[in-house]
Design a protein around this ligand. Sequence first.
Ligand code: ZN
Length: 399
Amino acid sequence: MQLIIRNASIPGASGTCDIAIDAGHITAVEPRVEGQADREIDAAGNLVSPGFVDAHTHLDKALVLDRYDWSQREMQATPRMTSVVESDKVKRNFTADDVRQRAVRLGRRCAAHGTTTLRSHVDIDEVVGLTDMEGVLAAKEELRGLIDVQVCPYAINGFEGQPRSEPLLCEALRMGADLVGGVPEADEDGNAHVDKVFQLANEFGIGIDFHTDQVRAARPFALPHIAEKAIADGMQGMVMASHCFALGHVPEDEHKQASDLCAQAGVSICVTPYFTMRERLALPRQAGVNVSYMSDNIQDTWQPHGNGDMLLLAIFTARLTPFNTNQELDAVLEMGTLGAAKSLGFADEVGVAVGKRADLMVLEAPTAHEAVVNQVRRLWVIKGGRVVAEDGRLVANIL
Ligand SMILES: [Zn+2]
């Protein structure tokens, strides 16, 4: 046996139990597991939860504040244009090895915080070509066994007037992408952008993740078309929509229609916890949409904040939505673990039950709501049955 966790509280169950782990999977969850394992840890009544899943990050652009000064930011016509232009200034000097190093550094930090899987979008454009893709793919290999990385390239400047976008994106998909990304508002014709990305996903047999409706206004509103396409192309459960700011501004009937469509299409919604959380998270969830929260940009030219700690995002989510009851706070932890795993397509493998992946964390509280409110330590992080972090730090043999 690889590992036994003794005296664990587990989500949704009363009392404590022992968890046996072998070959990277949970083999028993019982009041008392007999026998010995290579390693034994005593959870002492604390909560053992599936590890966090950060459903949307940008490893390629992260951790560049040592080379970018936010006080020198030059504003463009829209916030998105500002970020694109400012980002290009920094990206110009990227090399694949630089991208790899920063991605690994951030991946390791995320693992220490209890994240066992993350998805990284990767810029494809005239400035970086395939440099970011090369770097993130190398980082994915380097991080193997510590944190799983899903790689999602996308044409950040769209396809219109960008003749190299499609060939570069196709090359990125051939290099070993896990799915394809899109950003409809990068093009005048957002629906055509969506259709192009669906076409590529079908060709390569992979899922899709869209940066959707990033303007804080009712338009553009690409979400309904995305959900309709997911149904039409038989891609239910394979599509995620991030941001979805338009949901915070469209009339009630349009909101309801879009939420119902997403539920029907199995389109997950993922948000960075700030504005209009009731409209973008709570209401879609009530309509049956799978929702989660994510880091998005971490210490880069798009967002200087963030440290990859999903428990911090959990309390932002709770505070801003707002979720106040114990039950709602328990649900917030579940969104960042099981919910995010569902949006990434591997929910069946996640849980504290026999046969599930031993990708777990031991939080220093007996319940999820206490863990969220008290922002507790991650006592142990377990990836594939192996303890990779203790008390917020990677263990010695990983360092
Ligand atoms: Zn993003």
